[in-house]
Design a protein. Structure first.
Length: 82
């Protein structure tokens, strides 16, 4: 019996395949990641325009995310030690 997650991943991959999207893995410098994502989005929009605009908030840098996660871990540890 397949798990729900496995089924969802298979469905997602099938939908992407039906759209002609090929999965690839690319290693880029963290400073270039946003530009690569924007370029990929631009290429996809040429083929299939977005159905409705998607509101996205400001993204945090890797450094900001790591600092936030470290602070959350410290707070969780302190709470557990009380």
């Amino acid at each position: 019996m397949k798990s729900k997650i496995t089924e969802r991943v298979e469905q997602f991959r099938k939908r992407q395949e039906d759209r002609g999207i090929v999965r690839t893995e690319v290693y880029v410098h963290a400073d270039d990641q946003a530009a690569v994502k924007a370029f990929a989005r631009q290429l996809n929009e040429k083929r299939e325009p977005p159905k409705e605009p998607v509101e996205t908030g400001p993204t945090e840098s890797v450094e900001e995310r790591l600092k936030r996660q470290a602070e959350e871990a410290r707070q969780k540890f302190r709470k557990a030690m009380k």
